[in-house]
Design a protein around this ligand. Sequence first.
Ligand SMILES: Cc1cc2nc3c(=O)[nH]c(=O)nc-3n(C[C@H](O)[C@H](O)[C@H](O)COP(=O)(O)OP(=O)(O)OC[C@H]3O[C@@H](n4cnc5c(N)ncnc54)[C@H](O)[C@@H]3O)c2cc1C
Length: 479
Amino acid sequence: MKTGSEYIESLRRLKTKVYAFGEQVTDLVDNPLFRPHINAAAVTYDMAHDPVTEDLVTAVSHLTGKRISRFTHIHQSTEDLVKKVKMLRMIARRTGTCFQRCVGFDGLNALYSVTYEMDQNLGTNYHERFKEYLLYVQDTDIMVAGSMTDPKGDRSLRPSQQADPDLYVHVVEKNEKGIVLRGAKAHQTGIVNSHEMLIMPTTAMTAEDARYAVACAIPVDAPGVIHVFGRQTNDSRKNGQIDQGNARYGIVGGEALTVLENVFVPWERVFMCGEWQFAGTLVERFASYHRQNYGGCKGGVSDVIIGATALIADYNGVAKASHVRDKLTEMIHLTETLYAGSIACSAEGRPTPSGAYFVDPLLANITKLNVTRFIYEICRLSHDIAGGFIATLPSEQDLRCPEVGPYVEKYFRGVASVPTEDRIRIARLIENMTGGTALAESMHGAGSPQAQRVMIMRQGNLEQKKKLARILAGIPEKE
Ligand SMILES: Cc1cc2nc3c(=O)[nH]c(=O)nc-3n(C[C@H](O)[C@H](O)[C@H](O)COP(=O)(O)OP(=O)(O)OC[C@H]3O[C@@H](n4cnc5c(N)ncnc54)[C@H](O)[C@@H]3O)c2cc1C
């Protein structure tokens, strides 16, 4: 298994083509725009070597019996599923942000069981091929981005109906060596600091969409792959420290638009090519694993927000006010409710025909739907307690300025015993963790709320519930 610094050094050897602010990036690893995200991902590598955390962050490979990073492991039990959630919360408590490796982790698990089922049903031979790839991932401990979301153009049209066929990734050529892909994947978490990307379809397909039903693994620096880095709300603060809020690890996962300009993929790395009947299964499998995560990672991030909010209450001299204590209680209640959902969908997991374990999809979707609301409420309560200065604070440069620094120092002080700089640091942490990109991620990451509602209705078994009511009401069943 790689250490954090080995992971960081391995990125220097890649030729990843990244653009940001209209220019090609030549110093990705040391550039302050990317480095916080790289640091956050590096924590997942370092924690695998720490005796205190290794039980959660590592696992034993069912393929080789070797100890591997849990981020490359295929869940073999409900205990594995539960440990995944505990691991995500533990790492998020340390980073206070997204550490990016769960998307690829979920892609690996989804493809493992779905390739098995595809082979059983259609007589294809993807599962063995996928296992070879998995061995490679486990042996090299590479970071794999999960690439599902297509740009999608007109959302009312199917992939094959779009005016521009590239709005969904698709196969433009097949030959004896492999396939050639065109299109793009949007909102790609951690991709510029990953080694490979796992392409998956973003929606269920019909026979007309067959060339869009494609899953495969591609190095992020393969010829024809171009990444355009997304803007974040704290971009222009990246050269300072305090104003970033979380200077070491950043906010959210460093998302990018990844363009595929006629990218060649050898057959050894192709895990679905035209089997449109299984695109929907793959999307649902991936989405449920991914929705499982949110009570873990967002639980850990919320722990930091709660801590920051309690500190600001101390610094403002309001910690003993009953409404403040009530609001902090509510924040803890919401956080633990999210966590409980993630633990529950894991504990209720079941084996798939491949032997790999899958979460309870209904509970996983409930958890993520709660995340789309509760995180906003947690952040709202944090803003309420913190006060308006989290939005109106002068900059770090003003704090350091000989002319106005003393005024900032004097007039931004809360209780006399707490240095103004500490109060400002916590306010900036709250500002960055509770606004902009961080909030939208809770809404749309792992799918927008309606995607969860569709799954909840499908899994909710209304017919069985109607039957329960009929029995108690004494209504005989119809023939
Ligand atoms: C911070 C962040 C990180 C992410 N990381 C990743 C990642 O690593 N990998 C990855 O693959 N994806 C990632 N995503 C993408 C995420 O899965 C998508 O944002 C999500 O699926 C929603 O897609 P969209 O953003 O295109 O929004 P849209 O699909 O445009 O949704 C906007 C609204 O339109 C509605 N809508 C959409 N289509 C229809 C329709 N046909 N009929 C009716 N209503 C419709 C939705 O329900 C929603 O209310 C990330 C997103 C964010 C914000």
